[in-house]
Design a protein around this ligand. Structure first.
Ligand code: PHE
Length: 470
């Protein structure tokens, strides 16, 4: 048995704190902003089913693998991978997996912060009563005014990045644990309220049918990739966020139980958001495939018409900001932990460094919604024909980098790491539950990820070369 490492960054106060922090990382814009709009764009029910299957079969096992590697390595993902590779007698090049994660986190946060900025802006709009009595068109124009103005977007993006840097600089224990303890329950209460409004709206059945009646003719190979990519994105997998959080996890905590809890809460939030949004979409004759603006164009309608809407609307967007905030800090934590370990920086310097770089790159996303809205860098590849820089960044990270990262994490945990070590770390004994995990991570996950990739690569080639529609 190798000697246990200790993290120089400290640790969570206990298992509950880890569950809260990891849930805080998982529950974010992905659940409330992204899930509904990509489900809407990709035909609804069939997409949701593929997404749920990916969470169960790929997401949970990979989350367990990531927490396990983190807890065993007890360092930033880069150094964790380096140490664990050494311990297993494998090639030190595995540390590049850590680097790929840092890069993915950087790219994701650069646009994530811009969208979180929209949520910040909406806190003030809701509080000022801007939505009260407004029509669907009125609400849509409020959204366009915001995204059409690069200066405003920049201001909100800057504010959100500063908020993120402050929390990361203070360290994960003070502040973060407290915030999440309140956030997760409050978010549930507000979503229940919105679901209640949707239930009374008159189109609840239609909304449910859209989300839960699978029609496989409506989903493309690319749609399947997007569903799988989203399973990684929404659970924060494949880039080291969960790994670095796992590195602060106390020794005696069941990784399996913890991972299942986190995945369950995360999925619940996404489905509740979907059930609130689609009835509002249908009753107002809106387009389910409206894109990234979907929740900003639907939920304000509900707030504008329910009693106490200004108050609930404000609360909702405050919670959305919190949800995004607790995710943002986990996106940047792997980079910050590395800067502290290898560059000898204090957490404060490390956060400022990483934060400013991410902020600057975020300008590309700010401009994607206005000045450069017509700039479609990959217009010559059919499926990317209409993709702005923001769309491409989102596609590259969520659908390619995270699944690839997850694939290599899976490969490392069961092909490179010694079986004894994972038995010991997962602490389930050599039981049938362990056996199931092992088979899923060893065979099912890699094959599933590869199949989806191959399918889509074929699709891109076809559409790129012949220019035919799918
Ligand atoms: N899971 C977060 C969300 O759903 C986003 C995220 C992705 C956070 C990857 C960390 C790592 O919003």
């Amino acid at each position: 048995m190798t000697e246990k490492r200790k993290s120089i960054h400290g640790s969570w106060s206990g298992r509950l704190a880890f569950v809260l922090a990891a849930t805080g990382s998982a529950v974010g814009l992905g659940n409330i902003w992204k899930f509904p709009y990509i489900a809407g764009e990709n035909g609804g029910g069939a997409f949701v089913l593929v997404y749920l299957a990916c969470i169960a079969v790929i997401g949970i096992p990979i989350m367990m693998a990531e927490v396990m590697l983190g807890r065993r390595g007890r360092q930033s993902p880069i150094n964790t991978m380096r140490s664990l590779a050494k311990e297993a007698g494998a090639n030190p090049a595995w540390r590049w997996l850590g680097w790929a994660g840092v890069l993915a986190g950087f790219l994701i946060l650069s646009y994530y912060s811009v969208i979180a900025g929209w949520a910040l802006a909406y806190v003030f709009r809701a509080a000022a009563g801007t939505f009260t009595g407004a029509t669907a068109e009125g609400i849509a124009s409020i959204f366009e005014q915001l995204t059409g103005d690069p200066e405003r977007l920049l201001a909100w993006h800057t504010l959100f990045m500063v908020m993120t840097m402050i929390v990361v600089a203070r360290g994960v224990r003070s502040g973060l644990e407290q915030a999440v303890r309140f956030l997760v329950p409050a978010l549930f209460v507000l979503l229940i309220l919105l679901d209640g409004y949707a239930l009374a709206s008159g189109a609840f059945d239609e909304g449910l049918a859209f989300l839960f009646t699978p029609d496989f003719s409506k989903i493309s190979a690319n749609g399947v990739l997007i569903a799988m990519g989203h399973a990684f994105f929404t659970l924060s997998l494949g880039m080291g966020a969960i790994m670095v959080y796992g590195s602060y996890l106390p020794e005696r905590a069941s990784i399996a139980r913890t991972s299942i809890t986190i995945a369950f809460l995360d999925t619940l939030v996404a489905l509740m958001a979907g059930m609130a949004i689609f009835p509002i979409v249908f009753v107002n004759g809106l387009e389910p495939g409206a894109g990234p603006g979907l929740i900003f164009q639907t939920l304000p309608i509900a707030f504008g018409h329910m009693p106490g809407g200004a108050l609930f609307g404000t609360l909702f967007f405050v919670l959305l900001v919190f949800a995004a905030w607790t995710s943002a800090i986990s996106l940047i934590e792997p980079a910050v932990a590395w800067l502290v370990e290898n560059r000898g920086m204090t957490r404060i310097y490390a956060s400022v460094y990483a934060g400013i770089a991410t902020w600057a790159f975020g300008l590309l996303t700010v401009l994607s919604f206005n000045t450069w809205a017509d700039f479609k860098p990959l217009y010559f590849i059919e499926i990317f024909e209409h993709y702005t820089i923001f769309d491409l960044l989102d596609y590259l990270t969520a659908n390619i980098m995270l699944p690839l990262g997850g694939l290599f994490i899976a490969l490392f945990s069961v092909w490179v790491m010694r079986r004894n070590d994972s038995v010991q770390e997962l602490d389930m004994g050599d039981s049938s539950a362990y056996g199931l995990w092992y088979v899923l991570v060893r065979y099912v996950t890699p094959i599933a990820v590869l199949l989806v990739f191959l399918n889509v690569t074929g699709l891109i080639e076809l559409s790129g070369l012949s220019g035919q529609t799918e």
